[in-house]
Write a protein that binds this ligand. Structure first.
Ligand code: SAM
Length: 194
């Protein structure tokens, strides 16, 4: 078990007090370990507490060194299919914003990320499925001005999540703990063992 030094306890407390339990990503069949790892690393940086995924193989997603160890600090909940994943998130009051280059998509900066928000990202090759697109509350897009139609999924995730961070910083959402005291304490004990 790692040592409980005052510095480590203080660091973990500091990070937990900035975690945003109402901001998350939902990864639909994003399967390349380096993409998953890079997305989790961004999640850690903006304060996502728990990420969600539907895995094409049905198994537990794999990470590599690209994560920088962040998969240790961002829990990943794996759902059996996209319909139940979206139902689960909506049941918890999340709006689901599909990063999806559809006709009706709005500029990602127009969305309100201070609301409980799940950003849905699609598979490397096929993008967001029709089913997931139909079940989402809004489609958002990062405007593309070049020859290539889309960004790498981990880059798209970073662009959108840092907009969410920008809006939440402005709204003071990182200034005090967003976790309820019980959850904060439980996570503190858990993280100290990691
Ligand atoms: N051919 C796929 C398609 O038509 O959607 C491209 C998939 S893209 C490589 C993987 C994922 O990254 C997309 O499903 C989307 O979630 C996200 N993405 C990439 N570029 C984006 C953009 N400009 N705006 C919004 N999301 C984007």
């Amino acid at each position: 078990m790692p040592e409980r030094t005052p510095e480590r306890i203080a660091r973990i407390r500091e990070v937990l007090s900035r975690r945003q339990p109402d901001l998350t990503v939902l990864l639909e069949n994003v399967h390349k370990p380096h993409n998953l790892s890079a997305i989790l690393r961004t999640c850690d940086a903006v304060g996502v507490l728990r990420a969600h995924a539907v895995n094409p193989t049905g198994g537990v997603p794999t990470f590599n060194e690209t994560s920088g160890g962040s998969h240790k600090w961002v829990d990943l909940e794996v759902h059996p299919d996209i319909r139940s994943a979206i139902a689960h998130l909506k049941g918890q009051g999340f709006q689901v914003l599909a990063a999806h280059l559809s006709e009706g998509a709005v500029d990602y900066r127009e969305a309100d990320y201070t609301r409980p928000t799940a950003v849905l990202l699609g598979a490397e090759k096929w993008g967001v499925s029709e089913e997931a697109a139909a079940l989402s509350d809004l489609h958002i897009k990062i405007p593309m001005m070049g020859m290539v139609q889309s960004l790498n999924v981990s880059v798209a995730a970073a662009v959108i999540l840092f907009e969410a961070q920008r809006q939440r910083l402005r709204a003071g959402m990182y200034e005090r703990p967003r976790l309820d005291p019980e959850a904060y304490q439980r996570l503190l004990e858990d993280w100290l063992k990691r």
